[in-house]
Design a protein. Structure first.
Length: 479
């Protein structure tokens, strides 16, 4: 792990293994952080904040973030390969999306430190200067999932460092490697020791961090179950918290949509990253007049999908992350068939030779089926026809989640009316999963609390301090 600018072993010597999901082979052994290591990392972060990191002028924080962006870019090929090996993400995606996306995040956030300004408040009291100062929240614990390890690390880290916070970051146990390599680049960029610490470990490491009294804020991305637990603890301890959780996002295709674009976008929306995305377009609603055409378009594309090992440049869809995730996704497909829905595609074998699952689609789906309600986090789509728009909206909003929603139509009136009526933190019109470091991202309802990226993202790492000054005894009264 990486504490106070150095690679260190766990204080108690514990380690765990990380595997290549494409082959099942062990890549390496990684330190497993326990209570003592959490203590050291939080202390290092606090010392950095109270010392050299906290004292750095805003313009220097920005310069360091810019250098980090350049270093990630200079090491892009290595990072892409590491990400593909550790997380099973196709090399075509890590090369074209994850790593350039991380560069863009650091570059975007490098501009923020010099733009964080307070305000002068026109208070009623005479001879008084009242102003606000944006200040870093403090020591931040960032807990990450395995589906977009480097990209999510970059937007969490970029925002926190721009705001001047010190960070203790815990990558998912399945994908610790790019965060560790990034920690080296953080040092090379010139960040003072302790500004960024990376604790590799398991869920218990994350829980120790959440409970540590020296942590001022928790930023978590992962399952809704763990998010609820963290939110409850943060509430009890009155720590700041942002939660980016699960989804079961509705994607609506209207009768007038450009069907080629809608099919291509909807396909990518659910099957991209092998369905392992919080924003996955996992519930499809199509106007009845176009339903068969859309379903057959998707099924045809799915039947030609290139599913394979992450390092093969031809691979479109890599493996699922782990045996556990494979079994979870398989059990949902089995359950969908048992509950009477029609499966287009195959039930994955119970005794597989890898964690590969081809894209699947269900029709004849009832709204109360588990496959229609629960986040599967795999390449499984449920498709349902609708007759009118209000029916589509009520189906779309009939979920505990509220992360993303999408609409495909040529009618701008329908598009923006639906954008206002869909309960989601992000709405995609004639697109899916568009993203930019400047655009806020996050969910409502059980999909989370707060926003990441953009101005909202930086502000979530700031506290506003109000400063009152009496000018009464000064020059005006003495003259
Ligand atoms: P998870 O358990 O929520 O893990 C996310 C992160 O939290 C990991 O770093 C994990 O560490 C850590 N963690 C686990 N338990 C914790 C606790 N009690 N306190 C603090 N931190 C804790 O998610 P998962 O097990 O990897 O995946 C399970 C399901 O979550 C998936 O099937 C999917 O439905 C959902 N998920 C959603 C997202 C998303 O983007 N919203 C991402 C990934 C998964 P370890 O890695 O060591 O467990
Ligand atoms: Mg791995």
């Amino acid at each position: 792990m990486h504490i106070n600018g150095d690679f260190v072993r766990a204080a108690d010597g514990r380690t765990f293994e990380t595997f290549d999901p494409s082959t099942g082979e062990r890549i390496t052994e990684v330190a497993h952080a326990g209570a003592e290591d959490v203590e050291s990392a939080v202390r290092a972060a606090r010392l950095a904040l109270d010392g050299p990191w906290g004292a750095l002028p805003a313009v220097e924080r920005g310069r360091l973030l810019g250098r980090l962006a350049d270093l990630v870019e200079a090491n892009a090929a290595e990072l892409a390969e590491l990400e593909s090996r550790d997380g099973g993400k196709p090399i075509s995606a890590t090369t074209s999306m994850d790593v350039p996306g991380a560069v863009a995040q650091f570059r975007y956030f490098s501009g923020w430190p010099t733009k964080l300004e307070g305000r002068t408040i026109p208070v009623a009291m005479p001879d008084t200067l009242c102003y606000t100062r944006p200040e870093p929240v403090g020591v931040v614990a960032q807990i990450l999932p395995w589906n977009f390890p480097l990209l999510m690390t970059s937007w969490k880290l970029g925002a926190a460092l721009a705001a001047g916070c010190a960070v203790v970051l815990k990558p998912a146990e399945q994908t610790p490697l790019t965060a560790l390599r990034l920690a080296e680049l953080v040092v090379d960029a010139g960040f003072p020791p302790g500004a960024v610490n990376v604790l590799t470990g398991a869920g218990e490491t994350g829980a120790l961090l959440v409970d540590h009294p020296g942590v001022d804020k928790i930023a978590f991305t992962g399952s809704t179950a763990v998010g609820r637990e963290i939110g409850a603890k943060a509430g009890a301890q009155l720590k700041r918290v942002t939660l980016e959780l699960g989804g079961k996002s509705p994607n609506i295709i209207l009768a007038d949509a450009d069907l080629d674009a809608a099919i291509a976008g909807s396909y990518q929306g659910i099957y991209g990253n092998t369905g392992q995305a919080c924003y996955a377009a996992s519930r499809l609603f199509v106007h009845r007049s176009r339903f068969d055409e859309v379903v057959s378009g998707l099924v045809e594309r799915a039947s030609n999908a290139v599913v394979g090992p992450a390092l093969d440049p031809a691979t479109e869809h890599g493996p699922l992350i782990s045996a556990q995730q494979y079994e979870r996704v398989r059990s949902y497909i089995v359950d969908g068939v048992a509950s009477g829905a029609t499966l287009h595609g195959d039930v994955p074998p119970a005794d597989p030779s890898g964690f590969f699952v081809r894209p699947t689609l269900f029709t004849d789906v009832k709204p109360d089926m588990r496959i229609a309600r629960e986040e599967i986090f795999g390449p499984v789509l449920v498709a349902t026809p609708f007759d009118d728009l209000s029916e589509a909206v009520s189906h779309a909003n009939d979920t505990e989640y509220g992360l993303a929603a999408g609409v495909w139509t040529r009618d701008v009136g329908h598009a923006h009316t639906l954008a206002s009526r869909l309960q989601a933190g992000v709405v995609y019109l004639n697109s899916w999963a568009s993203g930019d470091p400047a655009a806020p991202f996050g969910g409502i309802k059980s999909s989370g609390v707060g926003r990441e990226m953009g101005q909202e993202g930086v502000e979530s790492y700031l506290e506003s301090k109000t400063v009152w000054t009496s000018l009464a005894s000064q020059c005006l009264h003495t003259s």
